[in-house]
Ligand binder design. Structure first.
Ligand SMILES: [Zn+2]
Length: 170
């Protein structure tokens, strides 16, 4: 599965974006551990973009990202640059972990993975699922940048279409 990286911001705090995306997607703890070969290719259709809020909102519509959320919308993964710079106040891990989580979560959507059913944290004190909404609903779960074994096992079935278009209730 080929993807390209676009960093549409230029400040030093986002300088490592491409390196972090590349390392995260190649890491065997991530979705490559579910049998996805994720290869960077400047000509790829799938794209991981870092942009400011208003541009993410345009890329994500009709998802409502409100100037602060990130999304996957068809072949596009659009990550909010402010979240990349600072994480969120609900995230209890470090910033590097937040960035890794953001990449794995949104690329998880690109690979057809969905948010788990509510509650987002069924057992406080355990690691959150990477497809839980950890930016806003960690709710006592431990911050977790990587897919849990059960999430990798589910993804390894490769039974969901890639790059799903907008869904009314994701
Ligand atoms: Zn999500």
């Amino acid at each position: 599965m080929r993807y390209r990286i676009e960093r549409r911001v230029e400040d030093p705090a986002t300088a490592g974006f491409a390196a972090v995306v590349g390392a995260t997607l190649a890491d065997p703890r991530g979705w490559s551990g579910a049998g996805f070969a994720l290869v960077e290719d400047p000509a790829a259709e799938f794209v991981v973009i870092l942009a400011e809020g208003p541009e993410v909102d345009r890329l994500c519509a009709p998802y409502r990202t409100a100037g602060r959320f990130s999304c996957q919308n068809g072949p596009v993964v659009a990550l909010n640059a402010d979240r990349w710079r600072a994480g969120t106040d609900r995230w209890t891990g470090d910033l590097a972990g937040y960035r890794t989580m953001l990449v794995n979560h949104e690329v998880g959507h690109l690979l057809g993975r969905h948010h788990p059913p509510e509650p987002q944290c069924p057992v406080p004190g355990r690691r959150a699922r990477v497809m839980s909404q950890q930016s806003t609903e960690l709710d006592g779960c431990l911050p977790n940048p990587w897919p849990l074994p059960a999430e990798l096992a589910a993804a390894a079935r490769h039974d969901e279409p890639l790059a799903p278009p907008y869904e009314a209730y994701p």
